[in-house]
Design a protein around this ligand. Sequence first.
Ligand SMILES: [Zn+2]
Length: 408
Amino acid sequence: MPASFNPTRRLLVKGIAAVCLLSATRVGFAAPAQMVAVRVWPSSTYTRVTLESNTALTYKQYMLTNPKRLVIDIDDLNLNATFRNISTLVKTDDPYIKLIRVGQFDAKTVRLVIELKQDIKPNLFTLKPISEFKNRLVIDLYPAQNNTGDDDPLLALLNEFNKGQLDDNEPPVTTTIQKDKNKIIVVLDPGHGGEDPGAIGYYKTREKDVVLQIARRLRDLLKKEKNIAVHMTRNEDVFLPLIVRVEKARALRADLFISIHADAFIKRSVRGSSVFALSTKGASSSAANYLAQTQNEADEIGGVSRSGDHYLDHTILDLVQTITKSNSLILGNAILSKMKNVSTLHNSRVEKAGFAVLKAPDVPSVLVETAFISNLNEEKKLKTATFQNQMAKAIFEGIKEYIKLRKK
Ligand SMILES: [Zn+2]
């Protein structure tokens, strides 16, 4: 993943580790934990606070009222400037957080107080180091009630996910909305988001930002079509687990699902657009295999509270209907045939690999790699409205072609 493309941060982190080792040796016992970064990710669905530290944190949590607040006591932590800065990261339009305070509670305990704007359900969990990230304590704040009042099943799915109910071997009975039979439901899935930046280019362009921009342009084109209803898995800078993206498409009874990416490859010379469909029997090339592996790490990078939700890897795959697979290939080929007019193709055929985000058993799904953000020229192009519009238009034309060709 982005590690190899961000040498500065890696060096910095190594430097911090070396300093800590030194002080621990000198004093003769383990030094208190240090915060190395803090982040706040507000979104309409949930707000996430991430505390990243050099060693794993131990903590206790309490909910208090008057005013409503979540209190987290962290043991054996040095209250440094990085952590104190957290109070400045809260945005006034955060739906859940009014303010955050941090202070030394007693000699060994640092207290974090999150004052709330509404009743919330907190979900706290820790993550071990992965990629460029050190130890993380993640604080997710979900609304106690679904007060959005819209048809979006996302919050219900996230709740089911947190309870472990999306983990079963049976296809989950998800919240479904009334389907308009006259419309073709298209779900667009901008890859990554929030805590997971996706790949990062040489000029620091983040995959999560450019793919959201391309998806919005594509959504605007699809909205003008009378026979199409378009939804997005995310329309904000929010992290969503892979299985929640898949389940959202299923809950919306999608007719097709398109995941949009702009990943990095180990060689900067690699460039061009490609389209991937699911394979349950290995990858069609080593590059396809590499991309599927790095994409499937998104849950560990973005951070989910439970691990091992591989329900899709076993029983469900046997249920994958032949028609879904062949429609996925028809969709992929239709998109490729339009993309070749505006971009170099990395591979002129639909590639196959075990992407977790393509595993809805009943929704034809493809993953589009618009370009490689690791290639300097393509990184520059990805930021331009011209290229973003060309990509959106090509995928749009591909979708229309697919609707004509698909098997029912
Ligand atoms: Zn990606």
